[in-house]
Design a protein around this ligand. Sequence first.
Ligand SMILES: *Cc1c(COP(=O)(O)O)cnc(C)c1O
Length: 436
Amino acid sequence: MTVTVNRLPADQLLALDRRHVWHPYAPMPAQGPVFPVRSAQGVYLYLETGDRLVDGMSSWWACIHGYNHPRLNQAAHDQIDRMSHVMFGGLTHQPAVQLAQRLVQWTPAPLQHVFFCDSGSVAVEVAMKLAIQYWHNRGQPQRQHFITLRRGYHGDTFAAMAVCDPVNGMHHLFRRSLVSQYFADAPQVGFDQPWQEQDIQSFATLLAQHQGEIAAAIFEPIVQGAGGMRFYHPEYLRRVRELCDQYNTLLILDEIATGFGRTGKLFALEYGPVCPDILCLGKALSGGFMSLAATLTSEEISQTFAQGEAGVFMHGPTFMANPLACAVALENLNLLESYDWAARVQAIAHQLARELEPCRQAAAVKDVRVLGAIGVVELHQPVDMTTVQPQFVAQGVWLRPFGRLIYTMPPYIIEPQELSQITRAMVSVISSLPSP
Ligand SMILES: *Cc1c(COP(=O)(O)O)cnc(C)c1O
């Protein structure tokens, strides 16, 4: 049986889009162009206009194995024919259990328990609620606050937003609705610069001052993603873990962006290495196929819940552990295991470093940095998206700069000549930007 979907001509599609559809971080109607995608295959996006773009974004860190991957599609087909969804209260199923087992095997040994949810932001909400309830269970209900970094990003829901950078996140707009949390200065020592002891001072002082009311510290390990694409020193992460131990505070690591190989390690926490009490995963978990996230926690934390006032953890999304998403995620992890992803990410890193180097000569450029399959060019001034985005499309590449950042995090399957097309477009567009 075939179902015919009425396809609109591209101009009509765009007119209706402008009339009715809100896009992320956009006014309504959106300013500047929106490009209609007809299909996607491997590292390519095919537009309704007939243009083909090399994907430099992996659809926001997620699509690590490219689009329309036959193995992920097959896993989805197989699962759809059994059941696409079933509630998780009182029921369980093969995809969720096997995926949980795999995540426990792949992450540090103390992390034993997995709570599934639908999006990264919710995984962060779950982590924060777990931390608060844990201290309640242990007779310390005054521990309800969180300590984090400026320039961080943890999602767009209220609790997650409250630990995003207060300036980027425009906290003043939500002043009366948002809990105010503690922000240490963003680390200044870069990933491969010589470590300087003073970098940790701001966090150490703040934690010492507020230790009794802090439920947990929450960090993106090594890479501060959407808050500024900054790479900090592994010693910083190690010191955070030590200080959390010293002041008896939990550590939540948010690996939603960094997880599953992006930084060159399977998880960025391995650069410490450090082990968190709670770990958030999302984005690349399902290979960008569909929305799925997970929060992992140690036995030390979960064992307190049966004795607590509530007796249970107070959370349970309707689409928790969606079987279709779990089945695809499991196959995505099989896929990741089936080839030398670390060598591919390393090769991408070397190529990005080599081919983005000329950007340093451009007047508009403040910094160029690469870690794993992440290449970042930081400018002195914010980019004008309405002009820059169409320039990239005209050069056949899909990049989505924000603020002062033009960056790429391509799918791991990208071939060298395809990656060169991305870096050539970056160098060419960036060289033509006016000097500040
Ligand atoms: C994207 C992201 C989130 C939020 O995930 P969503 O799926 O967009 O809700 C949280 N933390 C980090 C580090 C992220 O990069």
